[in-house]
Write a protein that binds this ligand. Structure first.
Ligand code: NAD
Length: 436
């Protein structure tokens, strides 16, 4: 099929590449010329495992193209997937301005019957509005329908999550639209759940917010564990064998970040408020998470008189391993607090440094300084205190003795519970983690 994908971020680019991999003829459209030039050369603008290999392979096969010329691309597309961003507005609601722009561009460009599929995460009822909006601005007399096909990939495993997805959810309002989407996914051989458009939109929010809730619940229990002398790691292990609970998303830490959970919890909560309903569970997850993000800094503040002039090592900047994405990463809040308190921060991350520099350029920032290094040893040299914000493998693999050997004071605050308490103690490291 001739498929066009609008927006080449984590969702759009991965979808486009995987559609080409499954035999479709795909054009990826983005407004960002720099990104398009990179992709045309087979370079991925985002860090995601396996993505670049598949791009190179499918670019070479002639099935995968990239352009900024949306008019040309949309003109004779059979199916157009929308994967543009839906960031959060100040009041927590979803900003649909990118969806509106791309919808209008589609309406004014298509010259044949076309199914437009919204992959972006949008509040329930948005697809109805997109359909009306596109019909209002159509120039040619063609059939156009909107379908919902929410995306469940996780950054860091995006390609695998797409090619081996647990399920594909499609939301359509006609057999014509449903058949077209079934044809798109025919070669994926994955379970397909076909529901109404509004239900599909809700499946996405309900899934993400459930996971956010699960994380916040474990963080809440972890905080209580600290107060009553239980160990959250043991508690999670004990819970994980129960199939009704499941073993994933039970890790306590400094809260969820990223481009989805924070904004999707707020957007659903906002939607509920608009409808006059109080979504207490999701509201609680938002509240717990916002406090949890700075828990380590607050803990360390109880131990230290000041951070002024201290050498502070930060290991891990991205919101999770396997991605260079920093959106809503706990490191941003914590490093800001440290710099405001006059610390000299030395930060290490295997892939996130360049993006982080856009927020905090190297040198003097606020009342402190920040410097970036390309390995852990350099980061730990002569440090007075070390904070761990991301569970990258190379950080998880640090031997406790290394903290003792390299740091001026072996004092470690770990937001991801990476090390064994006893081993750290035996190595002479003063070690604080979450919920134990
Ligand atoms: P992103 O910000 O990484 O990418 C969006 C892209 O769209 C950018 O490259 C931007 O230049 C491009 N764009 C903006 N306007 C455009 C236009 N008019 N035409 C063409 N391109 C345009 O976004 P993302 O992280 O891929 O997320 C996209 C959507 O998918 C969001 O709604 C998000 O909530 C949802 N989602 C994201 C993830 C994730 O892990 N990132 C997972 C599931 C769902």
């Amino acid at each position: 099929m001739r498929i066009v994908v609008a927006g080449t971020g984590y969702v759009g680019l991965v979808a486009g590449v995987c559609f080409a991999e499954k035999g479709h003829d795909v054009t990826c459209v983005d407004t960002d010329e720099e990104k398009v030039k990179l992709m045309q050369r087979g370079i991925s603008p985002i860090y995601e495992n396996d993505l670049e290999n598949l791009m190179k392979k499918n670019n070479a096969s002639g099935r995968l193209h990239y352009t900024t010329n949306y008019k040309e691309a949309y003109r004779d597309a059979e199916v157009i997937f929308i994967g543009v961003g839906t960031p959060e507005r100040l009041d927590g609601s979803a900003d649909l301005s990118y969806i509106a722009v791309v919808s209008r561009q589609i309406a004014e460009s298509i010259e044949r019957d076309c199914l437009v599929v919204v992959k972006s995460t949008v509040p329930i009822g948005t697809n109805d509005k997109v359909e009306q909006f596109i019909k209002d601005f159509l120039i040619h007399d063609v059939r156009v329908e909107i379908a919902s096909n929410p995306e469940f990939l996780a950054q860091g495993t995006a390609v695998r999550d797409t090619l081996q997805a647990s399920r594909i959810v499609i939301g359509t309002e006609s057999k014509w639209a449903e058949d077209k989407l079934l044809e798109v996914y025919k070669n994926f051989n994955l379970p397909i759940v076909s529901v109404s458009r509004r239900s599909a939109e809700m499946v996405k929010y309900a899934s993400n917010d459930f996971l956010a809730l699960k994380i916040s619940y474990m963080n809440d229990i972890a905080n209580l564990c600290e107060l009553v002398g239980a160990d959250i790691e043991d508690v999670a292990k004990g819970m994980s064998y129960d199939q009704r609970i499941g073993g994933t998303f039970l890790n306590a830490g400094i809260g969820y970040g990223g481009s989805c959970f924070p904004k999707d919890t707020k957007a659903l909560n906002n939607l509920a408020i608009q409808k006059g309903y109080q979504l207490k569970t999701v509201e609680a997850a938002i509240e717990v998470n916002s406090k949890q993000k700075t828990k380590l800094f607050r803990k360390a503040s109880e131990r230290m008189i000041t951070f002024e002039g201290l050498n502070v090592t930060v290991l891990g900047l991205t919101f999770k391993p396997g991605t260079d994405d920093l959106r809503e990463a706990p490191s941003l809040d914590n490093i800001k607090l440290l710099l405001e308190a006059g610390a000299n921060v030395v930060a290490f991350d295997p892939v996130g440094i360049e993006n982080f520099k856009k927020h905090f350029p190297e040198g003097e920032v606020l009342h402190g300084t920040i410097r970036y290094v390309d390995n852990i040893e350099k980061a730990l040299q002569k440090a007075n205190i070390c904070f761990i914000f991301t569970e990258w493998k190379e950080i998880r693999d640090i031997k406790p003795k290394m903290f003792y050997r390299l740091m001026h004071t072996p004092l470690v605050y770990d937001g991801r519970n990476l090390y064994d308490l006893e081993k750290m103690e035996n190595a002479g490291v003063e070690y604080y983690s979450i919920g134990r």
